[in-house]
Design a protein around this ligand. Structure first.
Ligand SMILES: *Cc1c(COP(=O)(O)O)cnc(C)c1O
Length: 214
């Protein structure tokens, strides 16, 4: 684990160098879905605090078992009726895409950082809002008292070559600039370096850190 972790940190630093960014401007979210709490604890003991999960049923027991200063990032498809609970236990929700989620979020006791998920490649049956609905949806998010708009997030199409992700990441950056948000959640094990070069502030890495999932 420690070798993998150090290796990713080195790669993040090099990707930042390649475009003149400071490595501290990138948050590595360790995507721990399907891995046991013990794997999370191991990384926590190395000083890591940001973890990503995609199912609430899996997250809740982990939250109960693990240290309280972990920052949980919700990165999975989120049914609106679970949004309130997710807000109560997470530091950030990366998959906000419907008004009904926002309505539920307003019932939460606590506010939460949110990323609007954008379907940049306009793939059918993919979650995330389309570019032409973004401006309207941003207004909805701003009106939602319990949502602190942090930025935009995308899950690009599955690619073989990381360079294939670049146009989608670039597009997300331009959209972020157009609405004036600060953060971009983009890039996974295969393409996080391209994500960083295109401005990612949050990268979501699972298999490269924890090994292949079943
Ligand atoms: C699983 C997942 C990741 C991590 O993917 P890896 O290829 O394992 O790095 C990142 N983002 C989302 C939304 C995911 O569901």
């Amino acid at each position: 684990m420690i070798e993998r972790y150090r290796n990713i940190q080195d790669r993040i630093a090099r990707a930042c160098d390649s475009v003149g960014r400071d490595a501290s401007s990138v948050t590595l979210i360790a995507v721990s879905k399907t891995y046991p709490a013990s794997a999370i604890q191991e990384l926590y003991d190395l000083g890591h605090r940001d973890f990503g999960e995609s199912r609430l049923q899996e997250l809740v027991p982990k939250v109960e078992e693990l240290p309280k200063d972990i920052r949980w990032h919700f990165i999975g498809k989120l049914q609106s009726n679970k949004t309130r609970r997710a807000a109560e236990i997470c530091h950030a929700i990366h998959t906000i895409e419907t008004s009904s989620q926002l309505k539920e979020l307003n019932k939460s006791e606590k506010s939460v950082d949110v990323f609007i998920e954008v379907n940049v490649a306009e793939e059918e049956q993919k979650s995330g809002i389309l570019q032409n609905s973004l401006d309207t949806f941003v207004q909805d998010v701003i009106r939602c008292e319990q949502a602190n708009l942090s930025g935009l997030m995308t899950i690009g199409p599955v690619v073989q070559d990381p360079e294939q992700s670049r146009p989608y990441f670039r597009k997300l950056r331009h959209l972020g600039e157009s609405i004036g948000t600060k953060n971009l959640s983009m890039g996974m094990s295969l393409d996080f370096e391209v994500g960083i070069q295109e401005g990612a502030t949050h990268i979501r890495v699972g298999t490269l850190l924890f090994g292949a999932r079943d």
